[in-house]
Design a protein around this ligand. Structure first.
Ligand code: ADP
Ligand code: MG
Ligand code: ZN
Length: 625
């Protein structure tokens, strides 16, 4: 298909080039010699000795050279008009002996272009017609292949991936290993009457390695692997998706045992009948066909469907019922151990400094997915290469991490002293407030170097990986978030928009506590906010499931909670104004401070000069134990 397309484009280019040369030839031809008005002028100045007109060309023989030539030729638009206009002049000049002879030739001068041009035009038209017809035929040809599934057979991208390349996801690999084993030796399972699931759905946030796992299954099982992305079913023409599904399963049955892998299945498997954007007939037909096919093949056929999505919540329930995708494997964000292993996998082909401690990096990156970690090391490697260093260091990883999470540092940014002071006070407010909150994560880094959209930042890292949060932890988080604004109010005397993101986050947290997690006495243990974000195409028309009265109470309680946190924070900062002032001074002097320096400052000790303030440095010491 692709090759056929390339030929016409090339030919059109040639045709264009031919036309171009012709036209430019004609134009340069016209440009030779004087213009018509100059010819008239030459006559008037009695310069013409003799002339010949043939066709639209006039050749003049001159008494004196015109632009260095005594014989010049010019094109004329209308030879008859020339004859009429100039007749009297010609007669009189001949009588006076200035013009010796002249000739109005009847025959037209022969020009190559006169002959070739019409031929070329005819040829061109014929060629264009021919290409159009050929194009039609091509299209008709490809129409026949239209309903065929465009599958990738074997391992996509060529590179063979095995379970060893997938780090950390031990439980997930365990479950998939079963599938691999079944495909290798189905008898072992069928003999005792065990039933291997038809379809397995890999669910999890983007970048956690779902596609990678599927490819690893293909690499491990020595079976055929048909892979296809959900959007491949979709086409402009109705019915194509359904016939592609049919074809996909027909292919798989032919080459069984086989694995069908449908990546990003939410593109086809979205809930039917949500009415968003008008009923999407094509998608519904495709989904229906998929449901039929998944029912249709028997268990002995040795075809297993693997699918991946990060939006299991919008999938049609019919897809998830037993017999179809009856097993879901949740591929979550990796924990510290998983992250360490993933980092090791990705560090394999990179040159690392001896000091680099991947365990420390893993500790500092809670919430990072496999893709994030791979990206982190890559960014660090790019930085090392950019500075012509042989190996990437902890400092590179540190900078890469901050760059990824907050944007590159803007050191060239010129800022006013007052601006810096406000930022220092703001950040010190966060840091000092957090220092005095028992459940808050230890501060690891405070800086007034702007990054991305923020003017400064305070970094803290949780002591452990725990995902659960208590009411007190959430409340103290709000207090810490308000630290910046409270400090501004206390020590600048005015407040700035620098705190807008903090306030947003604090408000959201407070709202969740009150209305989602049932953490407020007045409203009781009732969840008024459901699910999470509103997804397009799902529950779009969700109406508030609570009364106006409750809504007012929620708003009230949120405000009460925030006010309480604000006063708490104000108390903390006012009580510790000396320590606070020291942090501000240090920041104005040095721009950044490490967690260790900050802790020393708060404890009233002398602050050691760590010339390079690094987030990961402090952590490294903690990991040593
Ligand atoms: P998704 O879950 O969005 O399909 P991918 O499987 O495409 O994510 O993962 C993206 C990249 O992240 C992979 O190519 C790989 O480099 C990296 N990655 C993700 N998870 C892991 C893991 N567990 N081990 C090693 N690399 C991983
Ligand atoms: Mg993927
Ligand atoms: Zn802030």
């Amino acid at each position: 298909m692709k090759q056929r397309k390339a030929i016409p484009v090339f030919t059109y280019l040639i045709i264009l080039a031919v036309i171009f040369t012709l036209v430019s030839g004609l134009i340069s031809n016209l440009n030779q010699g004087p213009a018509y008005s100059d010819v008239v002028h030459l006559f008037e100045k009695e310069q013409v000795k003799s002339f010949t007109v043939s066709g639209d060309t006039i050749i003049l023989n001159l008494h004196n050279p015109y632009k260095g030539e005594t014989e010049v030729s010019a094109k004329m638009a209308d030879a008859d008009a020339f004859r009429r206009e100039m007749w009297d002049l010609i007669q009189s000049q001949q009588a006076a002996g200035i013009l010796e002879s002249y000739d109005f030739a009847v025959e037209k001068a022969f020009s190559v272009y006169d002959l070739i041009l019409p031929l070329l035009i005819v040829g061109l038209v014929l060629m264009i017609l021919w290409f159009m017809l050929a194009g039609r035929a091509n299209q008709a040809n490809s129409m026949n292949n239209f309903g065929k599934a465009r599958t990738v057979l074997g391992v996509p991208d060529g590179a063979k991936v095995t379970f060893d390349d997938v780090a950390g996801a031990d439980e997930e690999k365990q479950e998939l290993a079963e599938v691999v084993d079944f495909l290798r030796d189905p008898k072992k399972y069928t003999q005792i009457g065990a039933r291997i699931p038809h379809g397995i759905l890999l669910v999890g946030p983007p970048g956690t390695g779902k596609t990678l796992l599927a490819r690893a299954v293909a690499g491990e099982a020595d079976v055929q692997f048909l892979s296809l992305s959900g959007s491949d079913f979709m086409e402009l023409y109705v019915g194509v998706g359904a016939s592609r599904v049919r074809d996909l399963f027909a292919q798989a049955k032919k080459i069984a045992p086989a694995i069908i892998f449908i990546d990003e299945i939410d593109a086809v498997g979205r809930k039917r009948g949500t009415g968003m954007g008008g009923g999407h007939d094509e998608r519904e037909q495709t989904l229906n066909q998929l449901l039929v096919e998944m029912d249709g093949f028997g268990r002995t056929e040795g075809v297993i469907v693997l699918a991946a999505t990060n939006r299991a919540d919008i999938l049609d329930p019919a897809l998830l019922r037993p017999g179809r995708f009856d097993r879901q494997i949740y591929v979550g964000r990796p924990d510290v151990k998983g992250r360490t292993e993933i980092l090791k996998v990705h560090a394999k082909n990179k040159r690392l400094d001896e000091q680099v401690n991947l365990k420390t990096v893993a500790r500092a990156t809670p919430g990072f997915t496999g893709a994030d970690l791979s990206n982190l090391l890559n960014e660090a490697a790019i930085m090392a290469a950019r500075d012509n260093r042989q190996a990437l260091s902890m400092a590179d990883i540190n900078e890469a991490m901050m760059k990824i999470t907050a944007g590159p540092a803007k050191r060239s940014h010129v800022r006013q002293r007052q601006d810096l002071k406000t930022t220092a006070i703001h950040e010190a407010g966060h840091a000092v407030a957090m220092y005095f909150l028992p459940t808050a994560s230890p501060v690891q880094h405070v800086t007034i170097v702007p990054r991305g959209q923020s003017l400064g930042s305070t970094w803290s890292l949780p002591k452990d990986d725990s995902a659960n949060m208590t009411r007190n932890e959430m409340y103290e988080q709000i207090v810490g978030l308000l630290g910046g604004r409270v400090a501004e109010a206390l020590y600048v005397g005015d407040i700035s928009v620098g705190a807008s993101n903090d306030i947003e986050r604090a408000t959201k947290l407070a709202r969740d506590m009150v209305a989602r997690y049932g953490m407020c006495e007045r409203l009781g243990t009732v969840s008024y906010l459901d699910g999470g974000e509103v997804f397009i195409g799902r529950d779009y028309q969700t109406t508030k499931s609570y009364s106006e009265k409750v809504a007012a109470t929620i708003d009230d309680e949120v405000k009460v909670l925030i006010d309480k946190a604000y006063d708490h924070c104000k108390q903390l900062l006012a009580d510790n104004s000396d320590a606070f002032q020291k942090v501000v001074d240090y920041l104005l002097e040095n721009e950044s401070m490490t967690g260790k320096q900050f802790a020393a400052c708060m404890a009233g000790q002398t602050i050691e000069d760590g010339s390079d303030t690094m987030l990961l440095d402090d952590l490294a010491e903690q990991t040593e134990e």
